[in-house]
Design a binder for this molecule. Sequence first.
Ligand code: ZN
Length: 486
Amino acid sequence: MSNYEPIIGLEVHVQLKTNSKMFCRSANAESAEPNVHICEVCTGQPGALPVINREAVKKAVMVGLALDCEVSEYSKFDRKNYFYPDLPKGYQISQFDMPINGKGKLGKIGITRAHLEEDAGKLIHPEKGNHSLVDLNRAGTPLLEIVSEPDIRSAEEAKQYLQELQNIMRYLGVSDADMEKGQLRCDANISLRKIGQTKLPAYKVEIKNMNSFRSVEKALNFEIKRQTAMLDEATTPAMETRGWVDDKNITVSQRSKEESQDYRYFPEPDLPVLHFTKEYLDEIKRSMPELPAQRKQRFSSEFGLKVSGALDTTIAYKELGEYFEHVATELDEWMDSDGIPDQERDKYMNLSANWVTGPFLSAINERNILPSDSSIEEENFAELVKLIGQGRVSNLAAKGVFAKMFATGEDPSNILDSLGLQQVSDESVILAAVQKVIAENPKGVADAKTKGEKSFGFLVGQTMKELKGKGNPQKINEILKKELLS
Ligand SMILES: [Zn+2]
């Protein structure tokens, strides 16, 4: 048991999906060829003037609303001055004291602010020669910086927060928020305090270079250990920025905070103050897509799914949830038209949730494709669930059918017929087989009559043999019981 608790705050940068850049008409797009999406504005030519991208502002407001932020009535842009070769103007247009979004929250974690700014270009360091190259395709593209309060208390909680944030960006359609691709980037501030204390520690350490959810979790756990060891020896960790080194699983010191620069923020004189009217905000609120929490509520009420791991999985992966919804809708229609009773409906819905989040999710992950790119049409998926639920195919055989459906896109009934896997659930057929087995095995029958249901194994096996292995075991058991014990 540790005597300390971690105090963690995260700074997240999200690349917004827009057609053009934040302050010019150059395309907001990647390119293998450097410096093709550039113009006077994003390369910082003298006299070029920026114009605010309306779509980027709208997307920033949407994120603010989704995170319960107070959207400011007035907001402005500021210049953040620093020198670096990937920043041609010598300053970054960002927001200092009047961000678009003020305080909000994501679950238990407070959001301090979420503001708009422009991204920098990229430096390329060729292996040969002692020079660097500059690619400005990314320079001036819109970024949303989301700053959390220091409310996070473990590495696991930090990872969860990031995953939820990513999910919200995808539900809103404002960013693909893929960490490996740099569309969602995260820096962390972390310090430790003695359990029971309420004041924030007098120091904090900033961690950079974490390029996946997993590396965020590993880097924070490494820091917790490192800082615990120092505090145990009565040393206060230095205020510094440390970088995560993924292949060594350690953080290393990059620069001390004392050297941190003064950015000399001042209001951007070339851009007007933004004014968000009530009408503008109402309009965006009306057009907001469904968010994870809302979808969870809807799925549980529409499809009767109990709060379960399967439901959470369909919510945490937007496209999987959409696929599941189509399957569930198909099933719903069938159950309506066949008058399936309520208690049965839950069985079918849970079966479909388990198959979508189980075998189907593994199969698409293995091939690294989206749910909608799989060859199984939702209608066929629903039919497979129906066949399993009706006992017309055993669970084991269903796995084979599923694999074939995934490979070929064929419908499950055809596969069952062609593979001869159709399970026999027809009671008259099973009854005939059971009666034959009873007539031929007097000793087994006598055994079963004295010892009861637990000694049915032999007779079930014989009946199964009679039905060439395709009998529904549950039905065979039921019928045997009826014939022998009642
Ligand atoms: Zn441009």
